[in-house]
Design a protein around this ligand. Structure first.
Ligand code: PLP
Length: 363
């Protein structure tokens, strides 16, 4: 498909990737860098692939300012497997962990962890359909908890943590699946950050785990070998065959971020894109955003008309106008515009123009 025929894809994930990265990958698809084969066909032990993996890690370390005492791991199984790997590896002393439940993914993470230890939900916004982020103070966490878990950006409900909880000495673990690389973050405030690739990084199939070294090596010996962070760390993500093509694509996206001026440059554009959209929604007589302003996501903008039939009509007509995947998550309905890094400003402008037209036609 030619560039001109592409649509604006507002999918929550898998989602848009930078066109320039895909075009370059297409050029290299059958013959990578003149080596006569595709990255998909290449041994993961080849010098070409080792270079791909190392440069992906190096570029990610640079753009996120990841301190040296953190490992970067490329794993499979999506963010969902991390819901199990985290408790299996990090419940190492008291076997207690505290979770802040701010959405469906956070809830799933907590439910999974309950299989492995004593899990406490220290705060939840479920009673208000996850329309805000609870403020949790240090004293509310159990002193002897092995870790605290949060979901930094709630993909389905369109919220994000406006603050990093102060957990004192307790390691803070965060699911960054739908906000990694969208704004600058102080990695040193976290003990473990994980993110599935398919929202803001690359194709599905890779999850990135950034883990402080002292948290590695505490899993019990009887867990499946693949689920032990130590195996991945000791073997530099090459214990078994890693998701090679996904890592290559992620690496190309990281290089592209370097070219675009790094995460601060993306953050600036992301803030502009989100502000335009929220400002328009807030002044509109038809649309409203259910999320309290201070906790609104930069990546997933949720809105409703208040009439489910009209919401459906909106999504359908938007698609016909080249604005795809604007339906809200199947659990809550309404609309959701996911505006990850790869969504250009013109995509947001085109969406707002469409929203104005639809509003005028449906008074
Ligand atoms: C998409 C998503 C997940 C699930 O990711 P999978 O790769 O499908 O397991 C988990 N957490 C958040 C915040 C997400 O957005």
């Amino acid at each position: 498909m030619k560039k001109a025929e592409r649509v604006y894809n507002f999918s929550a994930g898998p989602s848009m990737l930078p066109l320039e990265v895909m075009e370059q990958a297409a050029e290299q698809l059958t013959n990578y860098g003149g080596c006569g084969m595709s990255v998909m066909e290449m041994s993961h032990r080849s010098s070409e692939f080792e270079e791909i993996l190392h440069s992906a890690e190096k570029n990610l370390r640079d753009i996120m300012n990841i301190p040296d005492h953190y490992k970067v791991l490329f794993i499979q199984g999506g963010a969902t497997l991390q819901f199990s790997m985290i408790p299996m590896n990090l419940l190492r002393n008291s076997k207690k962990a505290d979770y802040i439940v701010t959405g469906a993914w956070a809830k799933k993470a907590a439910e999974e962890a309950k299989k492995f230890g004593d899990i406490k939900i220290v705060a939840s916004s479920e009673e208000s359909v996850f329309s805000y982020i609870p403020e949790v103070k240090k004293e509310e966490f159990r002193e002897d908890a092995d870790y605290v878990h949060i979901t930094m950006n709630n993909t389905i409900y369109g919220t994000k943590f406006p603050y990093i909880p102060d957990t004192g000495e307790i390691p803070l673990v965060a699911d960054f699946s739908s906000c990694i690389l969208s704004e600058t973050v102080d990695v040193s405030k976290f003990a473990l950050i994980y993110a599935g690739a398919q929202k803001n990084i690359g194709p599905a199939g890779v999850v990135i785990v950034i883990i402080r070294e002292d948290l590695i090596g505490h899993a019990s010996a009887d867990i499946p070998v693949y689920l032990d962070y130590k195996i991945h760390a000791d073997n530099e993500s090459m214990y078994n065959t890693p998701p090679t093509f996904g890592i290559y694509m992620a690496g190309e996206v990281f290089k592209n971020i370097v070219r675009l001026g790094g995460v601060p440059a993306l953050e600036k554009i992301n803030r502009e894109k989100a502000k335009k959209l929220y400002d328009y929604i807030d002044q509109s007589a038809l649309y409203s955003c259910p999320v309290v302003p201070k906790d609104r996501s930069l990546m997933n903008v949720v809105f409703v008309t208040g009439n489910t039939d009209l919401d459906k009509k909106f999504t359908k007509e938007a698609k016909a106008a080249g604005l795809h995947n604007l339906g809200g998550h199947r659990s809550i309905g309404g609309m959701r515009a996911s505006i990850y890094n790869a969504m250009p400003m013109e995509g947001v402008d085109t969406l707002i123009e469409f929203m104005k037209k639809f509003e005028a036609e449906n008074k």
